[in-house]
Design a protein around this ligand. Structure first.
Ligand code: C2O
Length: 555
């Protein structure tokens, strides 16, 4: 592979959306941020220079970071933040991955504007295991706030209540014509008839799983989270924050006299009517014999039908979501094998979900019943330390930074009866699980769905995992494992734990370091739905975490 150099200058940049101008944090004055393009096997060096007053870190979401844990990016897990006027060079090699991922800031809510695509092309002499696309187009979904998202999260944490929601969803930074004052900020996908386009779909939204669909066109899924999948067709996709999917779009054989909307909108929402919560782009065909494209004004307009939005009643779409999740399968071929652990060394059962914790004395809290919102894993809300865990681990000085007694099962037994039980005994702690090198891990994540039904897109840093099982209600350890798929399960870095259900994953702990795991809905991360795994060095030199780079930021 070759070496690729990037410089990311973090700067203020004025952006106007919905008639509101904000000075946002940007990379090199771009919103969304620049594309990182590399081939499998390349070494990538990104020098991040902080020209703003916020502390910054960048995470290369989904990059395995084999033996390069220092380049992973989550603040206070693998590094201290890059402070004003300072720089840090992230240095990693892309090994055994090809497809689409994303990069984003990994501190507070700064990823609301600091995000962009990672495009990993196959090695020079290798081709795609599907038809060669005529063109490739990144489509990155996001959220636009008319106010500073940093103020939104700090207010939510102070009052213990829910955060204000964003003002629009976006496609490549553009809200589209269904929002007020947004008729010009529309993403247009200009196509020719009879061609195959590769859409690199990324969900970079802060807090919402999104449905995605293009009117009158079906989509073929060929890759997810930078792993090829068995191809399957679908009209509608559900994509969680942190997930990425490559889709083939086959255009119609001749240019139709019509315009087609591309829509994305959330799975769950607190409020709003359809048009308030839907971002739209336009699929435009080149008109025959002209250089002109079809236009939204002149021609009949088709809009896709998406599953209904659900504020509280999630049941009607659960079946759709479950069916879709089960369609994702690894290729599991000789060239692209699925290295699923067939035996398990360590089993874990984690309850995850939203709950409440007591309101501090002499304050009033805006969460349910006058309490504070809290989210937890096995009854612990993970508190970020004030120095990086990876540094403490590497230097053998974990005292006062973290403990290694994270419980392997919930402190309070969980039973989902359809009525959400109360999550009790939630306390703050910085606890990790320690795993010997190459442990094969099985983890069952049970959603406790206490305050409202939401599925939790769980993201694991440093690994891909296999989704061996998924179901609703209580996980049954005596029956469910019999139905696990250990042949060709989906291999991902982010997967939805169904609302009121469970997800079983397996992975080999073959990457030494400290690895964050959290819900990729930022509000849940902020409330504490997060924890860390520590993987010890192996005996061989190529199984050890090397010392930190000399420019690693200090706290
Ligand atoms: Cu994309 Cu820890 O996150």
């Amino acid at each position: 592979g070759k070496t690729r150099h990037y410089t990311f200058n973090i700067k203020y940049h004025n952006v106007t959306r919905l008639c509101n101008t904000r000075s946002i944090l940007s990379v090199n004055g771009k919103f969304p941020g620049p594309r990182l393009v590399a081939r499998e096997g390349d070494q990538v060096l990104i020098k991040v220079v902080n020209h703003v007053s916020n502390n910054i870190t960048i995470h290369w979401h989904g990059i395995r970071q084999l033996q390069t844990g220092w380049a992973d990016g989550p603040a206070y897990i693998t590094q201290c933040p890059i402070q004003t006027g300072q720089a840090y060079t992230y240095n990693f090699t892309i090994t055994g991955q090809r497809g689409t991922l994303l990069w984003h800031a990994h501190i507070s809510w700064l990823r609301s504007t600091l995000y962009g695509p990672i495009i990993i092309l196959p090695k020079r002499n290798e081709s795609y295991p599907f038809v060669k696309p005529y063109k490739e187009v990144p489509i990155i979904l996001g959220e636009w706030f008319n106010v500073d998202p940093e103020a939104v999260i700090s207010q939510a944490l102070q009052t213990g209540g829910g955060p204000n929601v964003s003002d629009a969803y976006t496609i490549n930074g553009l809200p589209g014509p269904l929002y007020n004052c947004s008729s010009k900020d529309v993403f247009k996908l200009k196509v020719k008839p009879g061609k195959t386009y590769l859409l690199r779909l990324i969900n970079a939204a802060l807090n919402d799983e999104l449905f995605f669909s293009i009117a009158n066109h079906s989509l073929t899924v060929v890759e997810a989270d930078a792993v090829y999948t068995k191809p399957f067709e679908t009209d509608t996709l559900l994509i969680a924050p942190g997930q990425t999917t490559n889709l083939l779009l086959k255009t119609k054989p001749t240019s139709p006299n019509a315009t087609f909307l591309i829509l994305a909108r959330p799975y769950f929402t607190g409020a709003g009517t359809l048009d308030n919560t839907t971002t739209a782009g336009i699929l435009e065909y080149k008109l025959p014999n002209t250089t002109h494209h079809t236009s939204i004004k002149a021609l009949p307009l088709f809009r896709p039908s998406l599953p209904p939005i659900n504020a509280t009643k999630f049941v009607n779409v659960t079946q759709f979501v479950e069916n879709l999740a089960k369609k994702f399968r690894s290729l599991a071929t000789k060239q692209f094998p699925a290295n699923v652990p067939q035996t398990v060394d360590r089993r874990f059962f984690f309850t995850i979900g939203l709950g409440t914790s007591p309101c501090p004395q002499n304050s009033t809290c805006q969460g349910p019943n006058g309490l504070k919102f809290a989210a937890s894993v096995n009854n612990f809300s993970f508190a970020l330390p004030s120095t990086a865990m990876l540094q403490a681990h590497f230097s053998g000085q974990s005292n006062g930074v973290y403990t290694t007694d994270f419980p392997t099962k919930p402190l309070v037994a969980f039973n989902y009866t359809g009525t959400p039980p109360n999550i009790t005994n939630v306390s703050n702690a910085t606890r990790a699980v320690v795993l010997p090198f190459n442990t094969s891990v099985e983890l069952v994540l049970q959603d406790t769905s206490i305050v409202g039904a939401e599925s939790h897109p769980l993201h694991l840093h440093g690994f891909n995992f296999f989704i061996v099982g998924l179901g609703f209600g209580n996980y049954d350890p005596t029956k469910d494992p019999a139905n696990f798929n250990v042949v060709d399960p989906a291999e991902r870095n982010t997967a939805g734990v169904p609302a009121g259900g469970w997800l079983a994953i397996r992975f080999f702990a073959d990457n030494p370091g400290v690895w964050f795991m959290h819900c990729h809905l930022d509000i849940h991360t902020s409330w504490g739905l997060r924890m860390a795994w520590i993987v010890q060095d192996g005996p061989q030199p190529n199984q050890k975490l090397p010392p930190p780079p000399s420019d690693l930021p200090k706290c």
